[in-house]
Write a protein that binds this ligand. Structure first.
Ligand SMILES: [Zn+2]
Length: 218
């Protein structure tokens, strides 16, 4: 059973992917992690990521399939987080899995409105001294703008400022809308409201995966 979890920036997909993969003992494949790993040795990729752009879709597909061949050759019970984002990627992945006797069972789209994403991300502050991350909603510093650990000044990453979030969010919607419609037509798409407490969302996702698992075994 293989699952694709899609979600905009600040949809909470990373958190949910972790909970789900633990619960069902799934292999959690995060394209964000793969890209960051590549960036360590490839300055060109580092530059793309730092400028907030996306690595070309075909290139990401190649790295993901490579990664699978090396790390997860049985291709079973994988949770794909943030990949595929384009129909071409979906088809490449599906064909690859099918050639090994498996496929994509369910696509979950975790959805939050843009104002919620902006509110979530702009609550994030980082210490310019030690790099500690604070969140004015969930992990506020003891005094405003100052790091609890080293008394350094808290700053907001350019990427986390409202205008930048808006751009990233719109970019995501534009890019993935086609794939979401495509999965919808195929009949394996489930949309989940991400603007709720973490536990509530986790419960819904658990139910979806449980059902997909049953269907897969039948
Ligand atoms: Zn600090």
């Amino acid at each position: 059973m293989n699952i694709v979890l899609l979600g905009s920036p600040a949809s909470g997909k990373g958190t949910q992917a972790e909970i789900l993969s633990k619960k069902f003992n799934l292999f959690h494949l995060s394209t964000g992690d793969i890209a960051r790993k590549l960036a360590e040795t490839d300055p060109r990729i580092k530059e793309i990521i730092n400028s907030g752009k996306l690595i070309p879709p075909e290139e990401i597909t190649m790295h993901v399939l490579d990664f699978l061949e090396n790390k997860k050759p049985d291709l079973r019970d994988i949770l794909f987080e943030g990949f595929p984002r384009f129909i071409s990627q979906y088809e490449a992945l599906d064909n690859f899995l099918k050639s090994k006797g498996d496929d994509i069972d369910v696509v979950i789209s975790l959805e939050v409105p843009m104002d919620v994403a902006i509110k979530r991300i702009s609550a994030r502050w980082m210490c310019s001294g030690c790099g500690e991350i604070f969140n004015t909603e969930s992990k506020p510093p003891k005094s405003f703008g100052v790091c609890d650990k080293c008394s350094g000044t808290l700053v907001q990453r350019d990427d986390d400022k409202p205008e930048a979030i808006k751009t990233r969010f719109e970019y995501y919607l534009q890019n993935t809308k086609e794939l979401i419609d495509y999965a919808d037509v195929k009949g394996n798409l489930t949309k989940v409201n991400g603007d709720r407490p973490i536990e509530e969302i986790a419960k819904d996702l658990e139910e979806i995966v449980r059902k997909a698992k049953e269907d897969d075994q039948n």
